[in-house]
Design a binder for this molecule. Sequence first.
Ligand SMILES: NC(=O)c1ccc[n+]([C@@H]2O[C@H](COP(=O)([O-])OP(=O)(O)OC[C@H]3O[C@@H](n4cnc5c(N)ncnc54)[C@H](OP(=O)(O)O)[C@@H]3O)[C@@H](O)[C@H]2O)c1
Length: 229
Amino acid sequence: MKDVLITGASRGVGFALASKFLSKGDRVFCASRNLEPLQKLSNQYGERCVLVELDLQSEPSITDAVGAIAKMSSRINIVINNAGALVNKPFRDISRKELQMCYDVNVLGPYQLMQKLLPFLEKDAHIVFISSMGGFQGSQKFAGLTAYSPSKAAEASLTECLQEEFKESNLAFNCLCLGAVQTEMLQNAFPGYQAPLTPEQISDYIYQFSTTENRFFKGKIIPVSLSTP
Ligand SMILES: NC(=O)c1ccc[n+]([C@@H]2O[C@H](COP(=O)([O-])OP(=O)(O)OC[C@H]3O[C@@H](n4cnc5c(N)ncnc54)[C@H](OP(=O)(O)O)[C@@H]3O)[C@@H](O)[C@H]2O)c1
């Protein structure tokens, strides 16, 4: 049984991932602001499904979340930094508040979460960042995503920097840049767009990648896309 932390577990890719790990017998720390949708997983899997309140926009919340996790485990095997926030607006109209929110959830929050979580990681833990094709260098870009896509690019770069800083350790940091997946985020950003993948399908891949591929990949930014939104 592995100890796994998944952020953004309340819906979309994160919820599908939490379900996947739980169905395989792992203990999953499911983190997000809204814990209500996770209640059914908690009822189904009991103690193996640990609900953790986490607001990545708030440092005290990150501190509290790590404190709650650390009371139960000091050997987290896998962290999936999956939570994300997207603003789709013309460049001219994006406010400082919206920009800040995007960077808090996609970059600063995961950054601080990893800082605080470090002492509680297993020595060969695999830390996976879920970025986007929008943040992958050279990919097609979309109007309206000047807050989101550069923040996802920063998340990808953070992966490389962390691996360099911890290169003497057995920790592995990798980043998966996803293409379109049919979730609430995509539906809100691109109404009517039909993605080629469901959250369950991409979570099969992320599960396999995060449980096995740290043997072969370290500090890598990997595009995982059938399309390029
Ligand atoms: N769907 C796509 O097409 C697509 C494509 C490329 C990359 N991605 C990336 O894949 C990841 C998952 O996206 P998704 O499509 O599943 O999105 P989603 O359905 O909108 O889910 C986002 C998750 O992030 C959590 N979250 C948002 N703000 C948060 C905050 N301040 N603190 C803590 N958690 C927060 C939400 O939980 P609460 O609201 O309960 O906090 C929710 O569980 C994201 O990183 C996204 O950028 C998605």
